[in-house]
Write a protein that binds this ligand. Sequence first.
Ligand code: DAH
Length: 339
Amino acid sequence: MIEKINQLKTEIEELKVSKSEDLEALRIKYLSKKGEVSRLFNDFRNVAADQKKEVGKLLNELKEKATARINELKNEFENKNQDVVNIDLTRTSYPIKLGTRHPISLVKNEICEIFARLGFSIAEGPEIEDDWHVFSALNFAEDHPARDMQDTFFIQRNPDILLRTHTSSVQTRVMEHAQPPIRIICPGRVYRNEAISYRAHCFFHQVEALYIDKNVSFADLKQALLYFAKEMFGNDTKIRLRPSYFPFTEPSAEMDISCNLCGGKGCAFCKHTGWVEILGCGMVDPNVLEACGIDSKIYSGYALGMGIERVTNLKYQVKDLRMFSENDVRFLEEFESAR
Ligand code: DAH
């Protein structure tokens, strides 16, 4: 008897159906009054008294299993059929969720629009560059650390071909081909061989601005910077310039803006200084003008460069830089309203 029960159990476990009539046939075969399971229940009378407990338990289990399996097959069969009936293969898959602009694109566009109001037009250049446009023409000394293998991604072991480390390379390209007045803004992606962490990535984005004409002075630069800061971060924003060094500008400066979180009073974000650093700038070094075929005795100019991720952080307080490149829709959707 026990053997028979086990045999039926395996049989039931392996049942399959392809038509709805099969389902009913199976129900009759196993569960109807004259079905196999009921037949075993009838035979139960003949089981020896000392085995009744064990066999009874197995029999009940078999009945439960058979009922469950047949119901399961019924559900599977109905769902399968319903899918086929209900799918309209000609229908557009919708509702189509409208995508949102990436925060980096939003901020890039905003920066470009602000400079467009000052008469700057957009210029772009290649991400795979050569040493001349990224370093040499920009007055980087032969042994300048920025050329180092640690910072720069070189291509095919050819130290002359590299991924640009800054968008200042676009300045070089434009100056080589155009004569002043030049007033350009260059947004783009740049690459540096950095260990990836919450505050550094091996690629990020910059915007570079360049203005070359007769009699361009540091006062012009300062005015453009103040205008940009107020437009970008609000009318109350203050700026301050600290002397700095870049090979391609002389004099050079770094600009801080008053912390837009605490209004300059001091908070954890600005490390209690009331100021946050935002960009580098300066007067284009005459060596750079000459290297690009512009007469430095007639023309002068200013340049500035900023990281878009940095500006985005100041505007939206994104704590982990990696969020920008992970494509997590939960993060990206937060910028829906800013579209
Ligand atoms: N190219 C610089 C960098 O990647 C940023 C920069 C600083 C650009 C000063 C400029 C400038 O045009 O004048 O760090």
